[in-house]
Design a protein around this ligand. Structure first.
Ligand SMILES: CC(C)(COP(=O)(O)OP(=O)(O)OC[C@H]1O[C@@H](n2cnc3c(N)ncnc32)[C@H](O)[C@@H]1OP(=O)(O)O)[C@@H](O)C(=O)NCCC(=O)NCCS
Length: 195
C-alpha cells in the first residue's frame, strides 16, 4: 500500500488492544518465511507497552501498522531490540527503518550507556541495522543473561542453539556500542535527527 499516512510513537495503554494482533502477525510471518522466531504472548507485548519500552506505528485510520520493543539486561549494560514487525500491507514503505530509528532513540534515552543489540535472520533488518552503525558480532559479545536466551526456547532452532552451547545459531547478532569512538558521532547524529 503506497501513500498511507501514519504516526510513529512510544506505545501507551491505548495500544494494548493491538497486542494479540501483533503476536499473531509475528508468528504467521515467521511461518511464512520458514524462519525461527521467539514466540511472544499478548501479555508480554502489553507489559512492554506499559513499561514504556515499545514503539508503535498507527495509521490515520487507527490501524496498527508496525511495532518493536526493547528490554534491558545485566543491570542495563545491554538493551535488546525485539519483535520488529510491520503489518504485511504496509511493508516496503520505509516503515521498519523509521521504527528502528525511533526504537534506537528510545534505547538511548532510557539506557544511554547500554550496548544495543538484536538477533535476526532477516536481510532487511541486517541492512537497516548496518546503516545505523550496528556490527555483526559473535554471541559472546551480547548479553549472557539466561533470561534473554530463554526467549529462544520457543524458536524452531532452539535445539541448534543448545547443541552449539549458545555460541552460535542461525541468527546473526548485530551490536551497536555507543561508547565506541565512531558510534559516539553516529549516536549524536541519530538523536538530533529524531529530536
Ligand atoms: C522485515 C520487515 C520488518 C521489513 O519492514 P519494511 O517496513 O518492509 O522495511 P523497510 O521498507 O523499512 O525497508 C528497509 C530496507 O530493507 C529492504 N527490504 C524490505 N523488505 C525486504 C525483504 N523482504 N527482503 C530483502 N530486503 C528487504 C528494503 O528494500 C529497504 O532497503 P533500501 O532502503 O536499501 O531499499 C517486514 O518485512 C516484516 O515485518 N517482516 C516479518 C517479520 C520480520 O521478519 N521481522 C524481523 C525479525 S528480526
Amino acid at each position: 500500500m503506497n501513500g498511507f499516512s501514519y504516526e510513529i510513537m512510544k506505545a501507551n495503554a491505548c495500544h494494548t488492544k493491538f497486542a494479540e494482533q501483533i503476536c499473531k502477525e509475528i508468528e504467521s510471518s515467521a511461518k511464512q518465511r520458514g524462519s525461527g522466531i521467539s514466540k511472544r504472548t499478548p501479555e508480554l507485548i502489553i507489559q512492554k507497552i506499559l513499561e514504556d519500552k515499545a514503539v508503535i506505528a498507527i495509521t490515520d485510520m487507527g490501524e496498527w501498522a508496525g511495532f518493536c520493543y526493547i528490554e534491558s539486561w545485566e543491570n542495563d549494560q545491554f538493551v535488546s531490540n525485539s519483535g520488529l514487525i510491520i503489518a504485511p500491507q504496509f511493508r516496503k514503505n520505509g516503515l521498519a527503518r523509521k521504527i528502528k530509528a525511533e526504537i534506537f532513540n528510545l534505547s538511548s534515552l532510557k539506557f544511554p550507556n547500554a550496548k544495543v543489540f538484536g538477533l535476526t535472520t532477516s536481510s532487511a533488518v541486517m541492512k537497516i541495522n548496518s546503516n545505523m552503525g550496528y556490527e555483526p558480532v559473535i554471541y559472546s559479545e551480547i548479553t549472557q543473561d539466561d533470561k534473554f536466551w530463554e526467549g529462544c526456547k520457543s524458536c524452531i532452532n532452539w535445539e541448534i542453539l543448545q547443541s552449539k552451547n549458545r555460541k552460535n545459531c542461525l541468527c546473526t547478532a548485530l551490536l551497536f556500542d555507543p561508547l565506541s569512538e565512531v558510534n559516539e558521532n553516529n549516536n549524536s547524529k541519530l538523536i538530533s535527527l529524531m529530536a
